[in-house]
Design a protein around this ligand. Sequence first.
Ligand code: CAA
Length: 385
Amino acid sequence: MDFALTEEQQMIRDAARDFAQNEIAKVAAHHDETGEFPHETIKKMGQLGFMGIEVPEEYGGAGLDSLSNVLMLEEIDAVDAAHGTITSVLGTLFCEPILRFGTEAQKQKYVVPVAGGQKLGAYSLTEPASGSDAGNMRSRAVRDGDEYIINGTKSWVTNGPVADFVVLFTVTNPEAKHRGITAFIIDTDRPGFQAGRKENKLGIRASATSELYFEDYRCPVENRLGEEGQGFKIAMAILDSGRVGVAAQALGIARAAYEASVKYARERQAFGGPIGQFQGIQWKIADMKTRIEAARLLVYRAAMAKEAAKQTGARITTEAAMAKLFASETAMFCAHQAVQIHAGMGYSKEMPVERYFRDAKITEIYEGTSEIQRMVIARNELQLR
Ligand code: CAA
């Protein structure tokens, strides 16, 4: 495998690093503390093209490859994971299902403004009674002439309170179980839609998460995404891509925790020298560095598999799940070690290390928990059914 980056890939990585360090770093702690959505920085990121890295140029994106997207996400997430979450949901979970399964009119109407940063989108699969068991949802869409009438409650929707549009998965045929799920594109300004209150979360606090309520929401047939009954497969295929993004996010958080730890271990004095001279600290640094490099290989490999799949249509389920599983557990490990190395300072909001610790946890939970990733990997290996 050749991971030598092209000039274009280096450029996008450097541009994302500059933006994150110059623009996001100065507002990250404020948005984490207040939970306010960072409209201003997100808008600028849209204008700079970060939401549409993989979106083709004819739909307002940069038309770059999956590795470029991963490089960009790592840089944003190394400074602030909340900005990374918002970016990943817009660029991948919202734009990609429409690009892959939508009509030309849907791409023009919904992808172009989101890729350009003028509008915000969300992806809504989970419900209060169906998280990991995503196929077991209860919300319903019933066809009525040229419209579907949608009723039900969705939950844990990233960008839910701020989204202009939502890619929604709901049931059109309850008897068919997961084969009765259909995808729709929702305009949130139509009657019958309401976003719930913002969740008060442990981490990624600046990303807005909420329930969504549908009460006799009338969705035009032309807003159906793909065919009736195709929704579950669309949801799963897009989550494979999304998981590569979460893996890149975890890599960014892990790297930030590691870099802060190296700096602190060189500067902080105890017993007559820097704490980095002690083996107890050295072993932590060595383990963090090794796991980060191993995670990077899995993340880059998954991104390259995703890129190749654009031509072949192959599933990248295992590659994505392994990258997310290992990188998210690496992020949690590194953030944990970083707090320990920083000791009292790691427990204080004076430094971002405690934020990395809180933010890292979500990468083991959303877009499929670590338990679900292990199940997915093992099922694909065992092929028992
Ligand atoms: N790509 C394409 N098709 C897929 C697929 C994939 N990755 N995974 C499964 N399928 C297909 C299967 O081939 C099967 O097809 P058939 O109907 O032809 O048989 C069908 O989907 C059902 O598959 P399974 O029998 O494997 O389904 P299951 O019900 O046993 O469970 C699961 C599958 C892997 C557990 C799945 O439910 C899952 O991934 N759960 C986790 C959900 C998740 O990640 N939720 C996060 C939501 S997003 C979020 O976090 C919030 C946010 O805003 C970011």
